[in-house]
Design a protein. Structure first.
Ligand code: SF4
Ligand code: SF4
Length: 472
């Protein structure tokens, strides 16, 4: 039985409810009065139910689709302005006891070199990341209680926060590790993590079990209820995601929104972020063996429909996607992107040797961070290195209430300018610095309150003098 408040995976992601939602969407995909009604609701920025959103996703009336894209762009602008938050993944260890058939780290893959960084190696990677200008990381590790126990992850987090190299600092560590216990989540919370991210991969239980034939991840309920345990352990910023290409995207879309509705119903806090990865080639993984791949147009429609459905949830796109694809979806609702990512263990310090093969997936966008910052500004986006919220205690429902009232903008925009200024002073190439200074000048006027603007101007001067880490 479908029950969004239930703690049981089979009830908050009810297979029957997903199927009924898909049937409802199919029935109504040409129902113009209903589509108009849903679009009207989306315009109020209060979000959509999974059933309403599924109708929009299925709609193939060109004028209505244009309206969906227009509205997604408008909501993105109104709620997120023109800033894009930057982050980088950091792979700690590729030891893994799971059997995920779409990931080269699966236990049976003997082609790849297994690596696990020591504390010193982690710190060397962090120095390399700081030297690029990164302030926000997402750490990644396979599941392996012997090689990567929670103590190892906690030690790495501590190692990362300890590194203070020149003007650099990693100010927020988000964590993407396997589903674990309430107690472990509590320890992660105490270690000062930002968001806990866990991709569901697929919400379709039968497919899930086939795609995860062995290891602890095989347990669908354990994995799907992970966010509930994270919330219980005190982590109130959680990030959802599915790996598009494994199952039918319509199914994943409806279930993903149901997961968000469950978190809202059960804990009063929806997901902090949603990631939209698509399957990519990697060692021992050929995306062609999964016949549910989605093209760029459907991908863009998914992004737009997620934006309308959960306006206050940040949306993340990684370097899995090409420059062209990222360009297309940035306006439609993406609020965070990774830059200059290495998806191998230790890849920031030492380029991967051909025979090592320890990348989790092949990246499409291989540009440097400076190139990405330059490119973003050329399109009118402000690259932001802001990490202020979690450091100011603005997490969970506190964050959501500020986001829903629109007040968060009073922090995001000034913080974007201040952190961009830090980047320009410390890491940018001369061309990027020039473009960035122009951008900051032109964007200062978009700070509505005179007092805040004056404060930002003072901070900008102090950053030139060598001071760092101002925030609102
Ligand atoms: Fe291990 Fe994660 Fe890869 Fe699965 S997806 S094999 S759990 S690293
Ligand atoms: Fe994100 Fe908060 Fe910074 Fe805005 S102020 S960019 S919500 S961390």
């Amino acid at each position: 039985m479908y029950d969004p408040k239930s703690p049981k995976a089979g009830e908050f992601i009810s297979h029957e409810e997903v199927l009924q939602t898909l049937a409802y969407a199919e029935e109504n995909k040409n129902n113009i009065p209903l589509i108009d009604e849903i679009l009207e609701k989306a315009r109020t920025k209060k979000g959509l139910s999974h059933r309403e959103a599924a109708v929009l996703l299925d709609c193939d009336i060109p004028e209505k689709n244009e309206e969906i894209f227009r509205l997604a762009k408008q909501i993105k602008r109104e709620l997120y302005g023109n800033r894009i938050v930057m982050f980088a993944p950091l792979y700690l260890s590729n030891y893994c006891i799971n059997g995920c058939v779409y990931c080269p780290y699966h236990l049976k893959n003997k082609n790849i070199t297994r690596k696990k960084m020591t504390r010193e190696e982690v710190q060397r990677e962090v120095v390399a990341l700081q030297d690029m200008g990164h302030k926000r990381l997402a750490i990644e590790a396979g599941e392996d209680p012997k090689n990567n126990p929670i103590e190892y992850i906690l030690d790495c987090i501590d190692a990362i926060y300890q590194v203070k190299h020149k003007n650099g600092a990693i100010r927020r560590v988000n964590v993407n590790i396997a589903a674990t216990t309430v107690e472990d989540y509590r320890r992660l919370k105490d270690a000062g993590i930002g968001t806990y991210i866990l991709f569901q991969e697929t919400y379709h239980k039968d497919s899930y079990e086939k795609l995860h034939p062995t290891g602890p991840k095989h347990d669908y309920a354990w994995h799907t209820e992970a966010m509930d345990r994270a919330m219980e352990g005190g982590i109130d910023d959680v990030g959802l995601g599915v790996l598009f290409g494994l199952e039918l995207y319509r199914y994943e879309f409806a279930a993903l929104l149901m997961h968000g509705e469950h978190l809202e119903a059960a804990y009063g806090v929806g997901p902090h972020t949603i990631s939209v990865p698509r399957i990519r080639p990697a060692d021992d993984v050929d995306p062609g063996t999964f016949d549910n791949g989605i093209d760029d147009d459907i991908f863009a429609k998914l992004v737009a429909c997620i934006r309308l459905s959960v306006p206050y949830t940040g949306m993340i796109v990684s370097t899995r996607e090409s420059k062209e694809c990222r360009e297309k979806v940035l306006d439609l609702g993406i609020s965070q992107i990774s830059g200059a990512s290495k998806t191998s263990v230790g890849g920031y310090c030492e380029p991967e040797k051909e025979e090592e093969n320890s990348e989790q997936f092949d990246t499409s966008d291989k540009r440097t961070l400076d190139e990405i910052v330059h490119w973003l500004m050329g399109m009118g986006h402000i690259p932001s290195f802001c990490t202020a919220c979690y450091r100011e205690g603005r997490t969970g429902d506190r964050f959501m209430s500020l986001a829903k009232s629109g007040q968060i903008q009073n922090c995001c925009h000034p913080n974007a300018l201040i952190t961009l200024k830090e980047y320009l002073e410390d890491y940018a190439s001369p061309e990027t610095k020039k473009r960035g200074e122009e951008m900051i000048r032109s964007q200062l006027v978009n700070i509505p309150r005179l007092k805040t603007r004056e404060k930002v101007e003072a901070y900008l001067d102090e950053i030139v003098e060598g001071e760092r880490d101002f925030r609102f």
